[in-house]
Design a protein around this ligand. Structure first.
Ligand code: FES
Ligand code: FES
Length: 218
């Protein structure tokens, strides 16, 4: 038998050997990263004081810098009207209004909002004094299970303000025209509300509710 035949290595063997040697070479680096990660687990959280207004009430909190605005609202201030759906900016259930603009509170750290005015569903109205948008959602059955509804309503209130201030959307035909709130088309509402997902599919009733508050019959 010839010698060459004894040491014959297949291409597959070569690739496996190569991969093993690369992995072995990286082990010290991986171990160092793991050591750093486990060491940091033992460090106390870095905290900071934040002052802001939530639903008109001044709040001062000492927070772990990593705390999202959503978790502050729900876990620290017990304003559980704001919902945690995906916690990844994909569903809109956590929408609140900060300094007049709607944001996903799961995607923003609370410490980024020093001095801000935060409005949640609890701050828009209450059962004895409903916000017109809350009343319209009830009138038009703009919900079923209701889980997405606080986010939908906060978003809808901010949407009408965006239109009043002439902010265009992706479906606004004339970017230079000043929008008139009372003639806002359903297509415009659907586009602007597209970040608020409703698993119950109450979309057409939600559009009716917003249309009515905008000043047009639904
Ligand atoms: S919970 Fe924030 S977008 Fe879904
Ligand atoms: S009403 Fe159920 S998810 Fe919207």
């Amino acid at each position: 038998m010839d010698e060459c035949h004894d040491i014959k290595i297949s291409r597959r063997d070569l690739l496996i050997t190569g991969a093993l040697s690369v992995t072995a070479a990286n082990i010290p680096a991986i171990a160092a990263v793991q050591d750093t990660a486990s060491a940091s687990k033992n460090l106390p959280p870095i905290t900071s004081a934040i002052h802001f207004h939530v639903n008109g009430k001044a709040q001062t909190l000492n927070l772990d810098l990593r705390t999202t605005l959503l978790d502050v609202l729900r876990e620290h201030l017990h304003l559980t009207g704001t919902k945690k759906g995906c916690d990844h900016g994909q569903c809109g259930a956590c929408t609140v209004i900060v300094d007049g603009r709607r944001i996903n509170s799961c995607l923003t750290l609370a410490v980024m909002h020093e001095g801000a005015q935060v409005t949640t569903i609890e701050g828009l109205g209450n059962k004895d004094n409903l916000h017109p948008m809350q009343a319209a959602f009830i009138k038009h059955d703009g919900y079923q299970c209701g889980y997405c509804t606080p986010g939908q309503i906060c978003s809808a209130v901010a949407v009408l303000e965006e239109i009043r201030h002439g902010q265009p959307s992706h479906v606004t035909a004339d970017l230079t025209a000043r929008s008139t709130i009372s003639v806002v088309p359903a297509e415009e509402i659907r586009e602007r509300m597209s970040g608020n997902i409703c698993r119950c599919g109450a979309y057409s009733n939600i559009v009716d509710a917003i249309t009515e508050v905008a000043g047009r019959s639904a």
